[in-house]
Design a protein around this ligand. Structure first.
Ligand code: UDP
Ligand code: MG
Length: 328
């Protein structure tokens, strides 16, 4: 019987400072895999530094290494999706390039997979070296997401996880553009279990998630897994209407019993500004969903690959769904 194949998917964006050490650690880990074949699938997410050149050198020297180089930066979650499309393993592990997720933990994940679990996700018990701001926003985000989302999404859990082929195939069949991978995995179901691990500090370089990307990521998570913000806007509208009704009753009451008219300007301004604000927020929420519907309807490819390396021929893996540029 041939050995099972383990694919390790590593999204990289401007990671030239860590890529050498990451491959060294991953190779050391893989060397210890006695009863599994493995492949390392790197995705260069349109890096502007030397990440791609370094990865190409690594791929040229090692037949286990594959590289999918994007035509531009598409973002972490899309890079991960491309990795899942290309990975051929019976089990696929997602891991960050910065060594915050220790590769050694994968041994334990594989053991759980062998016990019959389809998803083994790493839950962070400890996150040294991250700013208080990042920790508290992350904490709040995961809790809020869980409150809003229609499927329970595990707390303090990133993308570091092992998935069986069954789960990967479900994810690949999900056509949506807004890809919040950890939510999609929860949605898929199957036998899932958590594996607590201590997150390390970033080996080198800076976080590739600046505030803007973090906000985008959080809204993607919430909007693609919940329609509660829409219900919330109905709630806010109702409350505003109820407040206005109280104001009307108050004004009429005052006039009937005391012969005093409510003073005009201030009350009027407050009401107008309040209602204007509420309406704009609600339209904004609606707009966010609309924008997502629009991008779904356009049906553009999820990502564009500039080159595939480490595959036979020039055309990349047979199961990819990205149009490949023919570079002859
Ligand atoms: N990443 C990516 N594309 C991006 C941003 C990040 O592929 O546009 C990769 C990055 O190289 C890393 C992983 O996603 O391997 C997680 O990013 P990072 O470590 O910067 O995030 P943090 O750990 O700070 O949340
Ligand atoms: Mg990181």
């Amino acid at each position: 019987m041939s050995k099972s194949l383990l694919s390790i998917v590593v999204p990289c964006y401007n990671e030239e400072e860590v890529i050498g050490e990451t491959t060294r650690r991953l190779n050391a880990f893989c060397a210890g895999l006695t009863d599994l074949d493995y492949e390392l699938v790197f995705i260069d997410d349109g890096s502007r530094d030397h990440t791609r050149t370094l990865l190409k050198e690594i791929a040229a020297a090692d037949p286990h290494v594959r590289l999918i180089a994007f035509a531009r930066n598409f973002g972490h979650q899309i890079a991960v999706s491309a990795g899942l499309d290309a990975a051929q393993g019976d089990a696929v592990v997602l891991i960050d390039a910065d060594l915050q997720d220790p590769p050694e933990v994968i041994h334990e994940m594989v053991a759980r997979w062998r016990e019959g679990y389809d998803v083994v996700y790493g839950t962070r018990t400890d996150r040294p070296g991250e700013s208080a701001f990042k920790l508290s926003t992350a904490r709040t985000f995961y809790r809020l997401l869980n409150k809003l989302s229609d499927v329970p999404i595990p707390l303090d859990t990133g993308d570091f996880r092992l998935m069986s082929r069954k789960v990967v195939d479900v994810l690949r069949a999900m056509p949506e553009r807004d890809r919040f991978v950890r939510g999609m995995v929860s949605w898929a179901g199957f036998k899932q279990t958590s594996l607590p691990y201590a997150r390390a500090e970033r080996f080198a370089g800076e976080s590739k998630y600046p505030l803007k990307k973090m906000i985008r990521f959080a809204t993607d998570g919430i909007l693609s897994f919940s329609s509660k913000p829409l219900q919330l806007s109905i709630g806010i509208g109702m409350t505003a209407a109820a407040l206005a009704l109280l104001g009307i009753l108050y004004a009429i009451g005052l006039r009937l019993f005391t012969n005093i008219w409510v003073e005009g300007w201030t009350a009027l301004m407050i009401a107008v500004l309040f209602l204007g604000g509420v309406q704009l927020v609600c339209v904004g929420i609606l707009g966010e969903y609309m924008g997502r519907v629009y991008s779904e309807v356009k049906r553009r490819p999820l990502y564009v690959v500039d080159e595939y390396i480490g595959y036979a021929g020039t055309s990349g893996p047979a199961i990819s769904r990205s149009p490949v540029v023919d570079r002859k």
